[in-house]
Design a protein around this ligand. Structure first.
Ligand SMILES: Cc1cc2nc3c(=O)[nH]c(=O)nc-3n(C[C@H](O)[C@H](O)[C@H](O)COP(=O)(O)OP(=O)(O)OC[C@H]3O[C@@H](n4cnc5c(N)ncnc54)[C@H](O)[C@@H]3O)c2cc1C
Ligand code: FES
Length: 306
């Protein structure tokens, strides 16, 4: 159930490259979160950031134990890790964690939050990765491949945990501009059979776009039944969707857009999707943020550059 609450910051941990992990004491919202959902954060007491900022719910955790968990970088390149037991989204969850990057005024103010500060939190929002239809498809696939670009990684941890719980094999392809963008890798390690990292400057993993190792893997895994799940910048999403189509693999995408209300009222977050005539519109905040890739009309202008 969606609620609008004033919640307390328990930790706001700086990571590399202007990223932070914000922990909020929000038991009711944490317990009703499903993988792939997001929250709208309202910064109280500063009139320069009136609108709420949408943020993926990165993780939900019990109150004790979150502080010991590290979101930090690990060894370069491909790592071979056995799938582990999933944890997290349970009745004892009290914390909502948001993994974010400072890009403007709102996220700058978020980075200044200290333990004990209050924020407004509207959550959980959206239609996540694991509504019944997606879970069914995931079970039918031999393997799930997650494809993340930059802070798009934040949408994928809870889905990865719940897939691991269902015993589904997973692989992560994660790219950023530099190694500083590759945050949270260790959080994924227990749930992934393999992790392939890429950075545009070659400072960690494959040098170049993450879609190149993805393409190679798709070529070599010819005939495998997969489900791709992608979240990241527009160009990366578009390239991933094209590769998935070329290889005949289904693909889910978690879309990002500017948001006003987060509740389906203002229509500000609408994107073009297939429908009658020239197509129709659906709201990222309500029908999304997760869509089947072939339902979206992949035109540059369908997500306005904000
Ligand atoms: C469903 C959803 C989930 C998101 N999850 C995360 C997350 O987990 N972590 C995270 O760091 N960011 C996430 N974002 C993006 C985040 O909402 C924006 O970075 C943030 O609102 C920027 O606020 P600002 O005031 O700092 O920047 P602004 O000053 O408002 O904008 C700075 C720049 O950030 C970009 N931007 C602003 N708003 C958005 C937006 N809604 N979507 C995409 N780009 C935007 C634009 O390029 C803009 O020029 C998510 C967005 C959506 C829609
Ligand atoms: S943000 Fe208002 S309708 Fe989606």
């Amino acid at each position: 159930m969606v609620t609008d609450e004033i919640v307390i910051v328990t930790e706001n941990r700086p990571l590399t490259g202007g990223h932070f992990l914000l922990s909020l004491h929000a038991p009711r919202q944490a317990r009703s979160t499903r993988p792939g959902q997001f929250a709208m954060v309202r910064l109280l007491g500063d009139s320069s950031a009136l609108l709420r900022r949408p943020m993926s719910i990165y993780d939900v955790r019990p109150l004790h134990g979150a502080a010991e968990r590290a979101t930090r970088s690990s060894a370069d390149g491909m790592t071979g890790i056995k799938p582990g037991a999933a944890s997290g989204n349970g009745d004892r969850s009290e914390l909502i964690q948001l993994l974010y990057k400072v890009v403007g005024r709102g996220t700058q103010l978020m980075s200044e939050l200290r333990p004990g500060d209050e924020v407004g939190l509207l959550a959980p929002l959206g239609h996540g990765f694991f509504e019944e239809e997606y879970l069914e498809q995931a079970k039918q696939a031999g393997e799930i491949w997650h494809v993340a670009g930059g802070i798009g990684i934040a949408a994928l941890l809870l889905p990865a945990k719940s897939l691991a719980k269902a015993g589904i094999r997973q692989r992560l392809f994660f790219g950023g501009r530099t190694k500083e963008d590759l945050v949270g890798v260790e959080d994924f390690e227990p749930f992934m059979g393999e992790i392939m990292l890429a950075s545009e400057d070659g400072s960690r993993g494959y040098r170049g776009y993450v879609t190149r190792p993805l393409e190679k893997a798709l070529d070599s895994g010819y005939g495998k039944k997969l489900l791709l799940m992608a979240c990241g910048p527009w160009a990366m999403l578009q390239a991933t969707v094209e590769l998935a189509k070329l290889h005949g693999q289904p693909c889910l995408v978690s879309m990002e857009n500017r948001m006003g209300c987060g509740l389906g009222v203002c229509l500000g977050c609408s994107i073009r999707v297939k429908g009658e005539g020239h197509g129709s519109y659906e709201r990222v905040c309500t029908e999304g943020p997760v869509f089947w890739a072939d339902h979206v009309i992949w035109e540059k202008e369908s997500i306005p550059k904000v």
